[in-house]
Design a binder for this molecule. Structure first.
Ligand code: SF4
Length: 478
């Protein structure tokens, strides 16, 4: 019996079907679990309590985190925009390589990693920090359906854009409830091979493809990505299958991302995807007619940039999770030929304020983190322990081109705030964080995008800095 308390406040769930003898069926994901009284569904966060379907993770989240939209494999909407990433606990899949297994697999979730939010609090964080996009992400938003639908509606009313980053193993009925409130769908299609889906993800393929078509036909902004797992799905056949699906069932203009794998969960003995295989996959897909194919989790490549499809003008340069608009005017037209770009701009998505020097009189405590191995991004968590507002600061260093002074982070009384810092140029050495005496801070190494680290940087890493702690320890069968 779990000692954790995060799942002890059940709330009524949507998409319930009541059957005989107190049994319920859940229609949220294609699994359609049939659940007896007192039992859970596959995801472990929906259950039958006294003959009614309930959700156990309403408002239960990992720490809200400010990131950039590139973290979510979204390249054609508000490049470089700050987003507020919200992840929950549980999942309707169980992928062998899951890099968020510590929060996606409910049996491994610990109270220390779970925060409680109301819909109003989530919107308030975004508004106070000037963030214009909320991203429903990490483990998977599907199993957080009630909280996502309610909060996204509130956010939309406040003028905030909603982004849904998901493996999208979800029912058509649930998608219909998302369509009115979600603006952007970033769908992770693991493979186009039905056998791969069954074996590696424990789900099945066709609902994912149908759901992606459903939101595309509804006129939503859609981008798709595939994790190219070394020797499993990093071959030309996968690239061809993806190109065929996107070109024939969506549109050749839908941005498609081939994403580099890192060892994790049950696959710590598999090496990182060789970059030449990813570049090859991109070429195959572009030769088949896709107009925008990008690599993910790859640095020092031009295959993350955007060029004008008509005149070849370089429009956006990207490094890691950072983007710079270099060839688009304010209206989104190409500066080379004037053609309207497919990139959606969000004029309100402003960067944080900056100051050239730290204020001398504040007695700031300085922490520093140097990039190393495959660790090129960091979550910084700062907590204001006082009853008054305070200011923390953040800066890149080591490359004059990247160092643009100190970013200002305003914290409300008692506020805990988490944000990502990601390496932005090849020459950048690391980042510095300055907090006043009333603040505590902790650093968490991020391995690739949409990874939510649950251990502090001081705990170290595995496999010479290519995979994160903790190490998954399978339970011995008794
Ligand atoms: S969300 Fe999916 S896995 Fe969870 S109970 Fe419902 S049908 Fe089962």
């Amino acid at each position: 019996m779990s000692q954790n308390t995060w799942d002890k406040e059940p709330r009524p769930a949507r998409l319930e079907e009541r059957l005989d003898d107190g049994v319920v069926r859940c229609h949220l994901s294609p699994r359609n679990c049939r659940i007896r009284p007192g039992q859970h569904g596959f995801c472990m966060v929906r259950a039958n309590r006294d003959g009614r379907l309930v959700t156990l993770n309403y408002g239960r989240s990992v720490h809200a985190t400010e990131e950039t939209i590139e973290t979510e494999a979204v390249f054609h909407y508000a490049p470089g925009a700050r987003i507020l990433s919200m992840g929950n606990v549980g999942c309707m899949l169980n992928c062998d390589y899951c890099h968020n297994w510590k929060t996606s697999q409910a049996r491994h979730v610990e109270d220390k990693d779970v925060y409680h939010y109301t819909p109003e609090e989530v919107v308030d964080i975004a508004v106070r920090h000037g963030v214009k996009v909320i991203s429903w992400t990490y483990n998977d938003p599907v199993v957080w359906h009630e909280f996502v639908v309610e909060t996204a509606a509130l956010a939309k009313a406040a003028g905030i854009v909603n982004l849904y980053k998901s493996a999208f193993f979800i029912s058509g009925e649930a998608i219909e409830e998302l369509i009115p409130v979600i603006d952007i769908f970033s769908v992770s299609i693991k493979s186009l091979d039905p056998k791969y889906y069954r074996k590696i993800t424990k789900g099945w393929l066709e609902p994912v493809l149908e759901g992606t078509e459903q939101v595309f036909r509804a006129g939503k902004h859609v981008e798709v990505s595939t994790l190219m797992v070394t020797d499993l799905s990093d071959d030309e056949a996968t690239a061809r299958d993806m190109a065929r699906f996107v070109g024939e069932r969506l549109s050749p203009d839908v941005p498609t991302h081939f994403v580099r794998f890192h060892p994790d969960y049950k696959m710590t003995n598999t090496i990182r995807t060789p970059v030449d295989r990813l570049e090859r996959a991109r070429k195959v897909a572009m030769d088949m007619g896709l107009n925008h194919v990008y690599l993910g989790n790859v640095y020092d490549t031009e295959s993350t940039n955007t060029w004008c499809h008509r005149c070849g003008q370089l429009q956006i340069t990207r490094y890691g999770l950072n983007a710079d608009l270099v060839g688009l005017d304010a209206a989104g037209a190409c500066v080379g030929c004037g053609a309207r770009s497919p990139i959606v701009l969000l004029p309100d998505a402003r960067p944080r304020a900056r100051v050239p020097e730290l204020p001398a009189a504040e007695g700031l405590d300085l922490a520093r983190f140097d990039w190393h191995g495959d660790v090129r991004a960091l979550h910084v968590q700062v907590r204001n322990t006082s009853a008054a507002p305070v200011r923390a600061y953040h800066r890149r260093y080591g490359d004059p081109a990247a160092d643009q002074g100190w970013q200002v982070i305003d914290l409300a009384p008692q506020e805990s705030f988490r944000y990502i810092a990601a390496k932005s140029t090849a020459g950048e050495v690391g980042v510095q964080v300055a907090v006043p005496p009333q603040c505590t801070s902790s650093l968490h190494q991020v391995f690739d995008r949409a990874h939510f680290p649950t251990v502090e940087a001081s705990a170290g890493t595995l496999n010479e800095d290519v995979s994160p702690l903790p190490l998954f320890q399978p339970r011995a069968r008794s």
